[in-house]
Design a protein around this ligand. Structure first.
Ligand code: SF4
Length: 459
């Protein structure tokens, strides 16, 4: 019998899906990629309900599935509000928060004749009803060895939930308060990946650099966790890059930056969500920092990690954002010289505080601001990428390009690299590219640069 799990949304959901796959594999189910596979006995969704569109997509999917359901079972987990969970209960066979996923074998075995309970997971008792139980449940889930979807890049969850309560975000309500994974369990997973030649490892959490704070002095803080990873790099003498996402500017300490500078295996790439370049808007977003605070953090990044690339997230058209306030975001993009920015037009997310406020910036204005911000960003990134011309860069090969004979990859700073559009004219070089393994490091000379990516030739 077969199963299929569809993760929607961000990397956290994709990472959670990798563990759910392990649970189902251990129960003897076989994964299928096809929704219309007649042997499908289990169909699941790892939900992302940050936007109404995503919620509508879940409704669309389950209605389709239920129309030809037969004896198959359906489940929903991931990011959703308790109130949405209640609505979904009538449509799916099982709806459970991700920290209860280790109960899935019991839920399934109770519904299937003969029982198919996994031996991997203890699965007795009631759903966790307090913080201690919640911690135990999610730890049990994290201890599962994921069924990774790549052989060279992996995501390692280190935290679930968030305590920051940004007014535009529903995560503290969908995933609950921060729970940090035990550092021993994180380091064991990372070490086993390094030993299997994984080259790109990303630590995942909704507020990743506040890791450990929920456990006080009984757990490492984020800088100490990163130091332990650096030591694994030295001890094993393996070559890999460790990234983390998403951090909060308030928790970006000098101690952390010093640790990143000290170890080769800690990638020199920082994602620092700015969201807005205006203090009044930042206040309404409850971001708890000012543009001046952000400036100070960027100053420290440039001082301690001068080679690091800087990525950010920006929201345009947040409730009440005036033209003048938006202009300050444009200024910030120029001032902070981002290497990449994920720009989003604001849309209310159900459950978030701002969803109760008037969404008073029209779609037309949001679109105009999105285009303007993207244009300013393109000017900045084109100039920054130009500085890479003719330089030699270490590249992680990530996959074959759509065009035969070419590969794509990225630098340590996560700048996308395509190898090499002129290679078609150099037959032997094209073959060399073709024969390289995905997941290897290679050196390349940058031979041309674009707005958001560069092109290189292996050297
Ligand atoms: S820090 Fe990130 S996850 Fe937490 S509330 Fe703010 S935007 Fe959401």
């Amino acid at each position: 019998m077969k199963y299929m799990v569809l993760p929607f949304g961000c990397q956290v959901n994709r990472s959670d899906a990798e563990r759910i796959r392990t649970i189902l594999n251990s129960m003897g189910f076989e994964e299928s990629e096809f929704e219309d596979d007649p042997d499908l006995a289990i169909k699941g969704i790892i939900a992302c309900s940050v936007r109404q569109k995503a919620v509508d997509r879940i409704y669309g999917k389950i209605r389709n599935w239920n129309a030809s359901k037969g004896k198959s079972l359906t489940f929903l987990s991931g990011c959703f509000l308790p109130v949405d969970g209640k609505k979904f209960e009538g449509l799916f066979d099982f709806v459970f928060p991700i920290d209860m996923a280790s109960r899935l074998p019991k839920m399934i075995s109770e519904r299937t004749e003969g029982g198919m309970e996994s031996e991997v997971l203890p699965s007795s008792g009631e759903f966790a009803s307090n913080d201690v139980m919640r911690q135990e449940e999610i730890e049990r889930f994290w201890q599962l060895r994921p069924t990774y979807s790549s052989k060279s890049e992996a995501f390692i969850p280190i935290q679930n939930g968030c305590n920051k309560f940004c007014t535009f975000c529903a995560v503290p309500y969908t995933r609950g308060r921060e729970v940090s994974r035990l550092s021993g369990s994180i380091l064991a997973e990372l070490r086993s990946l390094v030993e299997r030649n994984y080259r790109s490892l990303t630590l995942l959490g909704q507020n990743v650099n506040s890791y450990g704070l929920d456990k006080g002095s009984s757990e490492l803080n984020f800088a100490a966790l990163m130091r332990s990873i650096g030591e694994i790099g030295r001890e094993t003498d393996e070559d890999f890059w460790t990234y983390f996402t998403s951090p909060h500017p308030r928790d970006m300490s000098v101690e952390l930056l010093d640790v990143i500078a000290e170890y080769d295996v800690l990638a020199k790439q920082i994602n620092l969500p700015l969201q807005s370049g205006d203090n009044e808007v930042l206040k309404r977003m409850n971001r708890n920092y000012s543009v001046e605070d952000y400036q100070q953090v960027v100053h420290e990044i440039r001082r301690i990690l001068p080679e690091a690339t800087l990525f950010t997230d920006i929201i345009v058209g947040f409730c009440g954002e005036t033209d003048a306030q938006f202009e300050r975001t444009l200024e910030a993009i120029k001032e902070f010289q981002f290497d990449m920015a994920y720009i989003a037009k604001y849309s209310p997310r159900s459950g978030a505080l701002s969803a109760r406020w008037e969404d008073d910036v029209s779609l037309k204005v949001k679109e105009r601001r999105f285009i303007e911000a993207s244009e300013v960003l393109r000017e900045v990134t084109a100039l920054k990428n130009k500085q890479m011309l003719n330089s030699k860069q270490k590249i992680l090969l990530c996959g074959k390009d759509k065009q035969k004979g070419y590969l794509f990859g990225h630098t340590e700073g996560r700048i996308p690299v395509r190898l090499d559009s002129n290679a078609a004219r150099v037959k032997s070089y094209g073959e060399e590219v073709e024969n390289r393994e995905v997941g290897e490091f290679t050196m390349a000379q940058i031979i041309s640069t674009g707005l958001f990516s560069v092109e290189g030739r292996m050297v």
